[in-house]
Design a protein around this ligand. Structure first.
Ligand SMILES: [Zn+2]
Length: 373
């Protein structure tokens, strides 16, 4: 294992943070896998999973079983980790700018990349893919970040942009294990969904949020479209977000289980030498993110959940009540579709209009931006 530490641009004099990555295996000897945890800094189950994964990768590396290259960043967001305000840990948005740490990731524009590669494009899809990956990393390295936030995002993009597989480990509020990925990545992601025991897989080619995992696939699609059929390009990087249940689901048992599932997946892909573990059944088929039902509180009051996270609900089943102790009114929200109640808010008092939870649905009906703030 090799450790790298890259200093981030300092936004304020007298402060300095760093982006630390752990490198296993040999670059170029097989697939490149990039794994990072807790980009939303207050999503700690992912960090504990990454820590367990690190121990396993050290063992596997010592046993000479890593065939490719694995980069692990267990603490992807040192900026967010330090944001504690009046006793509250705020790791989702950067306090200086208000930006969500996992939205609007900047990759170079497709047209500029195509121009940069110019006459080097060939008729070989793999060669073109290597050219594109190299050009993306080179252009990212030329970017001069103005502050710590931009610097952090640039470091992670440079490390991930030429990876074959990008795993972005997060968690939700109160939730069951679920994944977000693109339809293009889904066939390659499916074995991991099985090993992780995911109860939901949400698919979108463009969620509207330009999150870390999805910008790679989007860039690929844009380049492919501009190049036209005459210039072939291999499949885009496999990229996904894993939601390691809810924020409070921090335990050695979950971390162990999830780290082992990732190791199983790497064995399955041939990055780690070994006999792949038999694939467990898929708990729930993948569904469109545009089909997932989002509950909005119609009134303010005390929230009483009627459904557990991970429950398989039928249309018309109660999801939660809102109790107004002044008027005695009790408002019940029910689901419109059959599906899995994969996440819910961790609050128990709600204001009118607040988002409250989501149930998977097989039929797309939402348009525009499909993910929350
Ligand atoms: Zn997150």
């Amino acid at each position: 294992m090799q450790t790298q530490s890259r200093p981030l641009v300092s936004t304020s004099i007298g402060t300095r943070r760093e982006f630390v990555s752990f490198h296993f295996g040999t670059p170029g000897a097989g697939e490149k896998i990039y794994v990072q945890a807790s980009l939303h800094a207050d999503e700690i189950p992912a960090m504990l999973t990454a820590w367990r994964l690190k121990q396993r990768l050290i063992e596997l590396g010592n046993a000479g079983r890593i065939r490719g290259e694995v980069i692990l960043v267990p603490v992807a967001n040192p900026i967010g980790l330090s944001q504690h305000v009046l006793g509250q840990f705020l790791g989702r948005f950067e306090l200086n700018s208000g930006h969500n740490f996992n939205r609007s990731f900047p990759l170079p524009a497709a047209a500029t990349l195509i121009e940069r590669i110019g006459g080097q494009w060939t008729q070989d899809a793999d060669s073109n893919t290597r050219l594109l990956r190299r050009a993306v990393c080179k252009m990212l390295a030329e970017v001069k970040p103005k502050n710590e936030f931009e610097s952090l995002r640039r470091e992670m993009l440079i490390m991930a942009a030429d990876a074959d597989v990008i795993l972005d480990l997060h968690c939700s509020l109160e939730a069951t294990m679920h994944l977000y990925t693109s339809p293009a990545s889904w066939p390659a992601v499916e074995p991991l969904a099985r090993y992780l025991g995911a109860s939901g897989v949400l698919l979108a080619a463009d969620s509207g949020g330009q999150s870390f995992d999805e910008v790679h696939t989007q860039l690929w699609n844009e380049v492919r479209e501009l190049l036209g059929q005459g210039t072939p390009l291999a499949a885009p990087n496999v990229a996904l977000t894993v939601e390691h249940r809810g924020q409070r689901d921090v335990s050695y048992e979950f971390a162990q289980q999830d780290a082992e599932a990732i190791v199983d997946y790497l064995v399955y892909r041939g990055v780690i030498e070994g006999e792949p573990r038999e694939l467990p059944p898929l708990n729930h088929p993948a569904t469109p993110l545009a089909g997932s039902e989002q509950f909005i509180a119609p009134a303010s009051g005390v929230v009483v959940y009627r459904a557990q996270v991970g429950a398989h609900l039928k249309a018309g089943d109660p999801v939660f009540d809102i109790v107004d102790p002044i008027t005695d009114e009790v408002t019940t929200l029910t689901t419109k579709n059959d599906g899995v109640f994969y996440m819910r808010r961790a609050i128990r008092f709600v204001i009118a209009g607040a988002p409250m939870g989501r149930v998977t649905g097989a039929v797309p009906f939402r348009t525009g931006v499909l993910i929350g703030a």
